[in-house]
Design a protein around this ligand. Structure first.
Ligand code: KG4
Ligand code: ZN
Length: 325
C-alpha cells in the first residue's frame, strides 16, 4: 500500500512516499528560506512562484528515492489547508493531475492534522491524548479522542508561538526563520537573566495563549546580552506552554500528551516536556525532529488512516486558507 503525499501550504515544497502507513520510503523537502530571508518573512507571491518551479522535480526525486514508479501508487494525498492559498493551489493542482491520470483516489489532508500525525511516524496511535500544536501560524491545544475526532481546548488570541520567535528574530536582525536561531543562541545564555511575565498563565484564562505581549517586551529591552535575552524569552515561552499542556492533562484526566508543529523542533521544549512528563508519570509523544517542521511524510500518514476508511476527496477539492481542525 503506497501513498504519495504533497505538501505546499507555506514555503516548503515537499513530497513523500509512505509504505503500509509506517515506512517512509522518501521524504523530500525543498525549502525556500533563501528567497524569503532578505524580507524577514514569507512573501506569498514569491512562495507560489517557487512552488511552481520546485513541484515537479520534488515529486520526481521523492519517487526516485523511494525506488517506485507512478504506477506503483495506491493513492495521492495533498494538504488543502490551512495555509497560503496560492501555495496550496500548486500542490493541489499537481495532486489532482496525478490522481486523475493514475485513476487513484485523492485524499485531502488538513495541515494541522498532518502535524499531529507526525507523532505516528514514531509510535503507534493510542487515544485519547492532549496535543499542543505550535507552528508558525498556529498555537492550539487539542484533545484528540480518536482518528479524525478532535476537541479544541484553547488557542492563541494573537501571535502564534513560531510567529513570535520569527518576529523577535527579525527585530533583533538575527535572520529567518527565527525559531532555530533563537534556540541555538539560548543554549549559550542565562534563562533567568530577564524575568518576563508568563502570558495568560492564570487559570481564569483557561487554555488560551497570547504571545504578542512578550514579543513587544523583548523588543523594548536594551543592554541585555543577546544570548541571555534569547534564553529568557525562550524559557518563559516553554514554561507557559508546558504548564498549560500539563494542566489540561490533569483537568481532563488524560495520561498522555503530545507535541506537534514546527516549534516542536525546539530543543528546550522537547527536553523539558520529556523531563516533566517523567516526573508527572505522563506518557509524552514528540515527533522525530525531521518530521517536526513542515514535511509531506506527516501528510502521507494522516492520509493513510483516511484511506483505510475510504475517506476520499473529490477532484474539485479547493484550497481552504483558514481550514479548522
Ligand atoms: O510547522 P512549521 O514548519 O510551518 C508552519 O506550519 O507554520 O513551523 C514553522 C515555525 C517557524 O515559526 C519557525 O521559526 C519555528 O517553527 N521553528 C522553531 C524551531 N524550528 C522551527 N521554533 C523554535 N525552536 C526551533 N528549534
Ligand atoms: Zn506546519
Amino acid at each position: 500500500m503506497l501513498i504519495l503525499a504533497i505538501e505546499t501550504s507555506c514555503d516548503e515544497t515537499a513530497c513523500a512516499v509512505l509504505e503500509n502507513g509506517s515506512k517512509v520510503l522518501s521524504n523530500v523537502v525543498a525549502s525556500q528560506n533563501e528567497f524569503h530571508k532578505k524580507f524577514g518573512g514569507i512573501v506569498p507571491e514569491v512562495a507560489s512562484r517557487k512552488h511552481i518551479e520546485a513541484i515537479n522535480p520534488v515529486i520526481a526525486e521523492a519517487l526516485e528515492k523511494a525506488g517506485k514508479k507512478f504506477k506503483d501508487l495506491d493513492a495521492v494525498a495533498v494538504t488543502y489547508g490551512p495555509g497560503l492559498v496560492g501555495s496550496l493551489l500548486v500542490g493541489l493542482c499537481a495532486a489532482k493531475a496525478l490522481a486523475w491520470s493514475l485513476k487513484k483516489p485523492l485524499i485531502g489532508v488538513n495541515h494541522l492534522e498532518g502535524h499531529i500525525y507526525s507523532n505516528f511516524l514514531a509510535v503507534k496511535p493510542r487515544f485519547p491524548f492532549i496535543c499542543l500544536i505550535v507552528s508558525g501560524g498556529h498555537t492550539l491545544l487539542v484533545l484528540m479522542k480518536d482518528h479524525g475526532k478532535y476537541e479544541t481546548l484553547g488557542r492563541t488570541r494573537d501571535d502564534a508561538v513560531g510567529e513570535a520567535y520569527d518576529k523577535v528574530a527579525r527585530f533583533l536582525n538575527l535572520g529567518y526563520p527565527g525559531g532555530p536561531i533563537i534556540d541555538q543562541l539560548a543554549k549559550k545564555g542565562d534563562p533567568h537573566a530577564v524575568t518576563f511575565k508568563k502570558p495568560m498563565i492564570e487559570e481564569s484564562f483557561g487554555y488560551d495563549f497570547s504571545f504578542s505581549g512578550i514579543k513587544t517586551a523583548v523588543t523594548r529591552l536594551s543592554g541585555v546580552k543577546i544570548e541571555d535575552l534569547a534564553a529568557s524569552f525562550q524559557q518563559t515561552i516553554v514554561d507557559t506552554l508546558i504548564e498549560k499542556l500539563i494542566r489540561a492533562a490533569y483537568d481532563k484526566e488524560i495520561g498522555r500528551v503530545a507535541l506537534a508543529g514546527g516549534v516542536s523542533a525546539n530543543s528546550a521544549l522537547r527536553q523539558q516536556l520529556k523531563e516533566r512528563g517523567e516526573k508527572e508519570g505522563l506518557e509524552v509523544m514528540i515527533p522525530p525532529l525531521e518530521y517536526s517542521t513542515d514535511n509531506a511524510a506527516m501528510i502521507a500518514i494522516a492520509a493513510y488512516y483516511r484511506f483505510k476508511k475510504k475517506q476520499f476527496s473529490a477532484l474539485d477539492l479547493k484550497p481552504v486558507a483558514s481550514l479548522k481542525i
